[in-house]
Design a protein around this ligand. Structure first.
Ligand code: P6P
Length: 334
């Protein structure tokens, strides 16, 4: 029998390395994995909307069935609101702070999440994902506040994503390496499939929406031109791979090496992606895997969000590739 490690067993083994651990963080991770199983199950049925009357239409009881990203948001909220492990939440789907209902106790963790990133790709059966970031509470009152969400990226205690692709995978870090778990749908368990993921120092893949090329900073245009210029010695040209679904593009580059760029441009001065629940968690993961994440000037995890849905340019992936983009952007390289 191969050495089968469930996510629960992995987290318990990791918890043993922290004698002062109360088990709250471990339980929080189980709750997230539980929510991911429910979301994954609905995502997999999304293609049956017209046949089964799911998602966005009315079901047999005449009830309006939620859009998948609303469903994912509610699933995470309901899986976690009553557990007593969170003091508050923030979601890409909800404008303001998500408070823990008064009837439930609060805990010491904060959860910021994008419940279903890339959901516009669902109809084309493209891989999509859930992204999450966990902080410890810093405010003094029992119930969490915006202050607890707006912390510097490097204060994250854990971060992860679930990718709903050819298989459902949960990838996370709690500062002790990056670990991937693949869902075995036949038993409903996330099983350890990728232990201590390390991303190559330099990749051969670049991921960006080149349709925006004309709107980019000229130094970024020079970088893109550079990596497309053949030069055998330096492994150029890079391969262009862009799915248009952040978690899918990030996950491929994490495993194979490469660079993902969603920069500022003339119409989006801060780029498109969100700092709190997209750039921050992926930055924590990639740094733990030996890569880097920057907004073009400073590391993502050095930044402190000033509002929940703040956007940030994102350059993330293999360490040497990220630094090379920064050198082009600063004019050091041409
Ligand atoms: P564009 C999906 O809508 C998303 O938020 C990310 O998942 C993805 O990386 C990005 O936007 C794609 O944006 O402008 O290239 O379509």
């Amino acid at each position: 029998m191969p050495h089968v490690v469930t996510i629960e067993r992995h987290i318990l083994e990791m918890q043993k390395e922290y004698p002062s651990a109360t088990g709250d963080f471990s339980a929080l991770m189980y709750d997230i994995a539980f929510a991911a199983k429910i979301i994954g199950s609905s995502v997999r049925k999304a293609g049956l909307v017209d046949i089964l009357g799911l998602t966005g239409s009315e079901n047999v009881q005449g009830e309006k069935v939620q859009k998948l990203d609303d469903f994912a948001n509610d699933t995470i909220f309901r899986a976690l609101d009553h557990t007593g492990r969170l003091c508050c939440m923030a979601s890409e789907e909800i404008e303001g702070l998500i408070e823990i209902p008064k009837e439930f106790n609060c805990g010491k963790y904060v959860l910021a999440f994008d419940p279903l990133d890339g959901s516009s790709n669902i109809d084309a059966n493209v891989s999509i994902g859930t992204i999450f970031s966990i902080f410890q509470k810093v405010s003094k009152k029992e119930r969490g506040t915006i202050e607890d969400c707006l912390q510097q990226g490097k204060k994250q205690v854990a971060a992860g994503y679930i990718i709903y692709g050819s298989s459902t995978m949960l990838v996370y870090t709690a500062g002790n390496g990056v670990h991937g778990f693949t869902l075995d749908p036949s038993i409903g368990e996330f099983l350890l499939s990728h232990s201590y993921i390390i991303t190559p120092k330099r990749g051969k893949i670049y991921s960006c929406n080149e349709g925006n090329y004309a709107k980019w900073d000229t130094n970024l245009q020079k970088y893109i031109d550079y990596i497309k210029t053949p030069d055998k010695a330096s492994g150029r040209p890079y391969k262009s791979r862009y799915i248009g679904s952040l978690v899918a593009d990030f996950h491929r580059n994490l495993l194979y090496g490469g660079i993902f760029i969603y920069p500022a441009d003339k119409s989006n001065p801060n780029g498109k992606l969100r700092l709190l629940y997209e750039a921050n968690p992926l930055a924590f993961i990639v740094e733990q895997a030996g890569g880097a994440a920057s907004d073009g000037e400073i590391d993502i995890m050095e930044k402190t969000a000033e509002e929940l849905h703040e956007r940030s340019p994102l350059i993330i992936g293999s360490y040497e590739d990220v630094r090379e983009v920064e050198d082009f952007l600063s004019g050091k390289r041409t």
